[in-house]
Design a binder for this molecule. Structure first.
Ligand SMILES: C[S@@+](CC[C@H](N)C(=O)[O-])C[C@H]1O[C@@H](n2cnc3c(N)ncnc32)[C@H](O)[C@@H]1O
Length: 203
């Protein structure tokens, strides 16, 4: 899929719906980052901005990127309502091709999945390079989702780690975990999903 095709997909995805995500920060972000002293953060595939807003509220200075301008505009509106607009910069990027200028003390990617684009690994490898010395890379994604039973497979934490292509001597693996959590399925049903969590610190 071309950048244009992927952008069109995600623009339409957001334009067709008033609100897609819960408006709450991701559980794994809060669990992994609450104790990390704030600095500069990059949120990849920020969607409607809940993670970026939560980070800004914790004192981080945030750059948040997404391929969809509609998502970024909506996220910026939420940030203004939350009173943290001055702490977040919103940038449109196809992250498999370009990245906001870093480095950053935290680079965070939550559910950077796309049904129309298989270049997630390119984006995640670029994310590795955007982490400052001493900084944290947090990659959280689907590992098991019960309603995705039509041949969609998601990588395990080990597979995500391998896909990053890091120099093992230059990084500390702080978390490599499969974590179940309660969620709502596409028809509003209760479900249990498993997140894959990879948290690394650059030496
Ligand atoms: C499943 S949503 C997750 C949104 C948000 N991180 C969250 O956890 O609620 C995936 C997001 O990644 C964005 N995205 C997908 N492919 C992208 C790409 N190549 N470059 C930038 N953003 C992308 C989509 O527009 C969408 O907002």
């Amino acid at each position: 899929m071309t950048t244009t095709g992927s952008q069109e997909f995600w623009e339409e995805f957001y334009r067709e719906r008033d609100q897609v995500w819960s408006g709450r920060p991701n559980v794994a972000l809060v669990a992994e980052i609450s104790e990390v002293p704030p600095g500069t953060a990059l949120d990849l595939g920020c969607g409607e901005g809940a993670d970026a807003i939560w980070l800004a509220e914790q004192g981080w200075r945030v750059t948040a990127a997404d391929i969809s301008q509609a998502a970024l505009d909506r996220a910026a509106g939420h940030a203004a309502e939350a009173g943290v607009a001055d702490r977040i910069t919103w940038e449109r990027h196809d992250l498999s091709r370009s990245m906001p200028a870093g480095p950053f003390d935290l680079v965070s990617a939550h559910f950077l999945h796309s049904p129309v684009d298989e270049s997630r690994n390119d984006a995640l490898r670029a994310a590795v390079d955007a982490v400052a010395p001493g900084g944290t890379l947090l990659v959280v994604g689907h590992e098991q989702v019960p309603w995705h039973d039509h041949g969609v497979t998601f990588p395990s934490p080990d597979e995500v780690l391998a896909s990053l292509g890091i120099d093992a001597d230059a990084w500390i693996v702080e978390r490599l975990a499969s974590r179940p959590r309660a969620a709502r399925g596409p028809d509003g049903e209760d479900a249990e999903v498993t997140d894959s969590i990879v948290r690394l610190r650059r030496r």
